[in-house]
Design a protein around this ligand. Structure first.
Ligand code: CP3
Length: 340
């Protein structure tokens, strides 16, 4: 599998390509499938529907990898944090902003409640061609904690940052529980047949270095170490979105095999801060994927040139927007790989 070889450090040309949120509402067949589920969480937890959603973009585009159809908020959902997706409003949770609440959640039963996700992984693996990789994933503990502390999206991560400074030991307990649960959940995905794993720490931006080290780097390092201790040797991609130059420290200290770039750090100045030949992924602006237009090919080529001297996986700097025309995805894959 080209994706796995690249993530393990082998430069490949053309690079492998997959796209964050490649399954989703920009695809009419996804919307049709989604309408058959009883809400988004039911959709994620039904292996027949989730496997089909995972495979839909693979049928349409010659991508090198599928990403499991699930969500980073399934862990708080399974722990009993009251996760629901309100149509047009995004995720809502019951605020878990005290030690008593955090300790009262069902952490030990959570992974078992997500057994259907592992079932989805094995179904997809059984259907995917041998040269296509399947990526399993979870949220980074800090990002998941921001939703749990904010009761949903936490603007500027204000609730989480307040707790981090006011009651550092409470945040640490929450992060500890998330580290343990996330590690066990990823071990299950690996055992079910995933070929690579990714940690989405999508709300890593604008943290002072000591807090970034404590809330993003350290929990990630412990998850990677836990996977290795469990005998899981799959490549792990880390995505500390918005971390800027601190992403280089994350790459050096967490043990991840590859770093996913966003739009701010997909440039030579940042790559110079990384260990030599450290595998990287991503950077293409989802707005340009939506726009298409005259500047599209030059930006694809800039990223191909940026990645030419090291192991590089083509991807976006953040997830596909729902208004993206599917033809633009086909155009991107064609430009990167020459495949139709
Ligand atoms: O990439 C993929 O195709 C795999 C599946 C995937 C989803 N969410 C499916 C999804 C992945 C990897 C995620 C990760 C995720 N979920 C993140 C981190 C990545 C990022 O975008 O920064 C975050 C922050 C979440 C939490 C979440 N889930 C949000 C904020 C939303 C949007 C709410 C909304 O109403 O749009 C979701 C829902 C969600 N997760 C959708 C999909 C396809 C849309 C749900 C729908 O069909 O209505």
């Amino acid at each position: 599998m080209k994706l796995v070889r690249t993530l393990k450090g082998e430069p490949t040309s053309p690079p492998p390509i997959w796209l964050m949120r490649q399954a989703g509402r920009y695809l009419p067949e996804y919307r049709e499938l989604r309408a058959r589920a009883n809400g988004f969480i039911d959709f994620c937890l039904r292996p027949d529907l989730a496997a089909e959603a995972t495979l839909q973009p693979m049928r349409r585009f010659p991508l090198d990898a599928a990403i499991l159809f699930a969500d980073i908020l399934l862990i708080p959902y399974a722990a009993g944090a009251g996760v629901r997706f309100v149509e047009g409003e995004g995720p809502r949770l019951d605020k878990q902003d005290s030690l008593a609440r955090i300790e009262g959640l069902d952490w030990s039963g959570a992974v078992e409640k997500l057994a259907n996700v592992a079932e989805t992984v094995s179904r997809v693996r059984a259907e995917l061609p041998a040269d296509k990789a399947l990526i399993g994933f979870a949220g980074g503990p800090w990002t998941v904690a921001t939703y749990m502390l904010g009761g949903g999206a936490d603007p500027d991560r204000w609730s989480a940052r307040l707790l981090a400074w006011r009651e550092p030991e409470t945040l640490d307990v929450l992060l500890d529980r998330l580290v343990e649960t996330t590690t066990a959940y990823l071990v299950r995905q690996a055992q079910a047949g995933a070929n690579a794993l990714k940690l989405f720490d999508s709300w890593s931006e604008a943290l002072p270095e000591p807090l970034f080290a404590r809330a993003v780097i350290e929990p990630t390092r412990r998850i990677v170490a836990g996977l290795r201790a469990a005998g899981i040797t799959l490549p792990v991609i880390g995505f500390p979105r918005g971390a800027g130059n601190l992403a280089a420290r994350y790459a050096r200290e967490t043990g991840v095999d590859a770093l996913a770039l966003d739009m701010t750090n997909a440039n030579p100045g940042f790559l110079a801060l990384l260990p030599e030949a450290f595998p990287v992924q991503g950077g293409f602006d989802p707005a340009l994927l939506t726009a298409g237009g005259p500047l599209f090919d030059a930006e694809v080529d800039r990223l191909l040139a940026l990645g030419a001297k090291r192991p590089y996986v083509f991807n976006l700097g953040h997830g596909i927007s729902l208004e993206t025309p599917p033809e633009h995805v086909a155009r991107l894959v064609r430009r990167v790989t020459g495949r139709e």
